[in-house]
Design a protein. Structure first.
Length: 103
């Protein structure tokens, strides 16, 4: 008779322990602090720097000066265009990832 009572106490203690573990597991996943996603910072300083200004011709410029200035300005323009396109692509990808995580 005492064995049955001991088994009943042990069974009750096991059930109680299981209930406590379940309660702790469920409340451990809950948080009272709101979690907010932070948009990533841009990669490096180059991405946030503005493009260089294009060169201007002087009033007494020769044809060779015009040719050199045009060449330099074309190079500057295309360098800026590549940097701007890369920035736009990075931003679009990060925005899609960010919005996918937030939802």
């Amino acid at each position: 008779m005492r064995d049955n009572r001991d088994q009943g106490i042990v069974s009750s203690m096991i059930i109680f322990a299981i209930v406590i573990m379940l309660v702790l597991a469920i409340t451990g996943c809950a948080t009272a602090v709101p979690v907010t996603a932070k948009f990533p910072e841009p990669p490096g300083k180059l991405a946030t720097q503005s493009c260089t200004e294009l060169q201007k011709l002087k009033d007494d410029a020769k044809l060779s000066d015009v040719s050199r200035t045009v060449t330099i300005n074309y190079s500057s323009y295309y360098e800026c265009a590549v940097k701007t396109d890369a920035w736009i692509e990075w931003y679009k990808i990060q925005k899609m990832i960010f919005e996918g995580v937030v939802k």
